[in-house]
Design a binder for this molecule. Structure first.
Ligand SMILES: [Zn+2]
Ligand SMILES: [Zn+2]
Length: 181
């Protein structure tokens, strides 16, 4: 069974120590057949995706941008998760912590509401949201177990209450989907 490659793409920041910690945390909790790599460069989020009145990024446009950016650069079974320094929204929602677009194998996570003075805490929140969006890209829906990263979070407190990784049920679903892919 081939490993699934996930590229984590920093957007708008170059904080190596934060990304390093995020990567360690996310890799520890990912299924063994998932390989998470961080791109060593930062990509600027496209200015067209910024809503000046709301001072937020349109998450669907950022996902499309990343899809265009990577489609000629990487084989088609690679998943891309952008980590955007800023706030995101889509449609009627005031904000999103992240958005997955499984049809184009791209997701993004927005750090504005996840950042605190503590690097470890910030990294742990970002890692949980990366795993959550990656789970959607791999075919998972939301999970009713509040300690699973696939549970839906409305607030940063709910992000903090989640455990660091997938519950056993979600891990089983992931491995089933991987074997039948
Ligand atoms: Zn979700
Ligand atoms: Zn779960």
């Amino acid at each position: 069974m081939n490993a699934r490659i996930v590229i984590v793409q920093p957007m708008g920041f170059r904080d190596r120590s934060l990304m390093q910690r995020v990567l360690e945390l996310a890799s520890q909790e990912a299924p063994p057949w998932v390989r998470i790599h961080a791109a060593p460069w930062s990509v600027e989020p496209p200015i067209e995706a910024f809503d000046w009145k709301r001072r937020q990024y349109r998450a669907d446009l950022i996902n499309l941008f990343l899809h265009e950016f990577y489609k000629t650069r990487e084989p088609s079974n690679v998943l891309v998760v952008g980590v955007v320094r800023g706030d995101g929204f889509i449609g009627e929602l005031n904000f999103v912590f992240g958005l997955a677009s499984p049809q184009i194998s791209v997701a993004t996570v927005y750090t504005a509401r996840l950042e605190t003075a503590s690097l470890d805490k910030t990294a742990s929140r970002i890692a949980k949201e990366i795993l959550h969006e990656m789970g959607h890209l791999l075919g998972l829906n939301h999970c009713s177990n509040p300690s699973c990263v696939m549970s839906f979070s409305n607030t940063v407190d709910e992000v903090d209450k989640k455990g660091p990784g997938f519950c056993d049920t979600c891990l089983r679903k992931l491995s089933f989907k991987h074997k039948s892919a």
